[in-house]
Ligand binder design. Structure first.
Ligand SMILES: *[C@@H]1O[C@H](CO)[C@@H](O)[C@H](O)[C@H]1NC(C)=O
Ligand SMILES: *[C@@H]1O[C@H](CO)[C@@H](O)[C@H](O)[C@H]1NC(C)=O
Ligand SMILES: CC(=O)N[C@H]1CO[C@H](CO)[C@@H](O)[C@@H]1O
Length: 408
């Protein structure tokens, strides 16, 4: 009797692999179930990562305006393999991780005090943003010009393709974002490390090249360590000070020492860092944005490039419209990266009640450029706008002609 009751109860209320069946009252997205509460959807009973479902309700179908097939545009650094070194670590996002990022690869890198990212160069340009601690950067270009500088929070470097460089951690713990203007960063032929080169060149040639005894190079590390623990540099380069890269030739831009862009919408703070204010940065253009709780980066698109993003703090959502009635909403949190297709329409909204949203945008371009929806419509004959969208003419006549950038 007891057994048959139990079995019939199971038949009405299926619990597969122990998953609790939710109530069907109202939307269930915040409980991790794809149920809209208006008759669409059903419980999720199979294998799933509950925490990820709950923090990505838009993947569960919450936005009824989403439509069509839009590929995944998001990658979490938390899903990257972390490579450990003496004095630091590295985790990357390359094209194999996020195939929709066609222009850019990126990494987070950590250097403890004294740790050195060994001397190297790349076939691609490198852009860095310091977000914890401080680092020493050193670089040399094709004209024998050089630069050695200490960078702190918010400071950016840009090393053009082929420029030799190194980075050292100065405080107890230091971390930064790296961005490269090529998505296939792990491809052979992208990075050239000095000790790797020396170790794989006939010793007598190395000795002849430097005019030194071959035994000088007996201890060159092999394999090369990439990052290794060291001691903080105390020596200056003793070359001609006239050869120091400064002014427009500088590889360094100190973001927070400049004025942010005007933001008439008053929703936050927007820094633009591109070749118009940082002349060295010819292939990568960036923004550093802080958006207040509930704020909105207005609907816009970028006429010149695909957009790559790194979310540093807070939580966000963004809907990306790729044309042909296709759009998809994504939920983001700190540590996520994303790539929005070239010219796709989108917004970014801070979904927190209390916390600022901080993110970085990077474009493979010499400049940051956007066209906001509101400004476009405001600068088009209002009767055409009114007829197209079927909105009152008075509304079309009063649209903001200025870019609002960030709305509260
Ligand atoms: C680096 O780490 C190794 C192994 O722990 C240690 O022997 C060496 O002294 C360290 N070097 C420096 C400069 O801290
Ligand atoms: C290195 O150069 C800086 C700036 O010119 C100077 O203040 C410092 O004393 C120099 N350090 C050494 C060890 O010469
Ligand atoms: C404080 C505030 O306005 N928070 C809003 C953040 O954005 C979400 C939508 O994504 C709103 O639901 C919150 O009210």
């Amino acid at each position: 009797m007891k057994l048959s009751l139990h079995l019939s109860a199971l038949a009405v209320l299926p619990t597969v692999l122990g998953a609790a069946v939710p109530s069907t009252e109202g939307p269930q997205f915040d409980k991790g179930h794809p149920i809209d509460g208006k008759g669409k959807g059903a419980p999720l009973l199979g294998g799933t990562d509950k925490q990820i479902d709950i923090s990505n309700p838009d993947n569960l179908g919450r936005q009824s305006t989403d439509n069509g097939i839009v590929p995944n545009l998001k990658w979490r650094f938390s899903d990257s393999k972390t490579r450990l070194f003496r004095g630091g670590w590295l985790r990357e996002q390359v094209i194999q991780d996020l195939p929709q990022s066609h222009d850019i690869a990126a990494a987070q890198q950590h250097l403890s005090k004294g740790a050195i990212r060994e001397l190297h160069w790349h076939r691609v340009a490198e852009w860095g943003f310091v977000y914890a601690g401080s680092v020493l950067i050193s670089a040399v270009d094709e004209h024998g010009k050089y630069q050695v500088e200490k960078l702190n929070f918010g400071d950016i470097w840009y090393f053009p393709k082929g420029v030799a460089h190194t980075v050292q951690g100065l405080e107890d713990e230091n971390e930064f974002l790296l961005v490269f203007d090529d998505p296939d960063f792990d491809k052979i032929g992208t990075t050239f490390n000095v000790d790797d080169w020396v170790a794989h060149t006939p010793r007598d040639v190395v000795a002849k090249n430097f005019g030194l005894d071959p035994s000088v190079f007996d201890n060159v590390p092999n394999p090369n360590p990439n990052i290794f623990n060291g001691t903080v540099s105390t020596k200056n380069v003793t070359a001609n000070p006239d050869d120091i890269l400064t002014g427009d030739a500088s590889f360094v831009y100190r973001t927070l020492q400049h004025e942010p862009e005007p933001v008439p919408g008053k929703g936050g703070v927007f820094y633009k860092i591109d070749s118009t204010n940082f002349p060295a940065s010819k292939t990568l253009a960036a923004t550093y944005v802080t958006l207040k709780p509930g704020g909105l980066r207005e609907l816009h698109w970028h006429p010149n490039a695909e957009e790559w993003l790194y979310f540093h703090k807070g939580t966000a959502r963004a809907t990306v419209f790729i044309g042909n009635a296709a759009s998809r909403t994504f939920d983001f949190s700190a540590g996520d990266t994303a790539a929005f297709p070239d010219n796709s329409g989108h917004y970014i909204e801070n979904t927190s009640e209390t916390e600022d949203l901080v993110w970085i945008e990077v474009y493979k371009s010499d400049r940051v450029a956007d066209i906001p929806l509101t400004q476009w419509l405001a600068l088009t004959p209002p009767d055409l706008v009114a007829q197209t969208l079927q909105i009152p003419l008075e509304v079309a006549e009063k649209l903001q002609k200025e870019k609002q950038v960030l709305l509260p």
